[in-house]
Design a protein around this ligand. Sequence first.
Ligand code: ZN
Length: 165
Amino acid sequence: MAIKPILEYPDPRLREQSTPVDVFDATVARAAEDLIDTLHASRSIGLSAPQIDDRRQILVMDHSQDQSSPEVFINPVVLSKRRYGFVEERCLSVPDIKAMVFRPTQIKIRTADIHGEFSERELEGMPAVCLLHEMDHLIGKLLADRINWFKRRKLRKALAQKQAR
Ligand code: ZN
């Protein structure tokens, strides 16, 4: 178990495609544990493997108040989506912004657990939106791509200030 450093925009590693897990071995379980530890340490609700420099299709979420209910999703696939709406999102890898994103808020997914057992799940509201955000990371897509010109300018300024420090 370990808390890992989180890669931040514009790190090019965040742009790479993640590959599906085909062998559900101890390295997968360890990656899931590291993701959960890192998620809890950062007091967030979702984190994907590419954010801790692991290009496998693994992500975790915990929507409980007391960090008691971490869940692991491996090789997730969206089967259906509906009820689109605007939701405010933040990202641990793009820490300087929040953005309104247009997304489905009800989804049906197929996902594996750490043992490679597949199941279908229905998610609604924040868990649905969060899962889709984390799935974006698996294909190298970032919140920074979903913001308007004005916010992108603000993000560039914040990055320049950080580099100047
Ligand atoms: Zn994110």
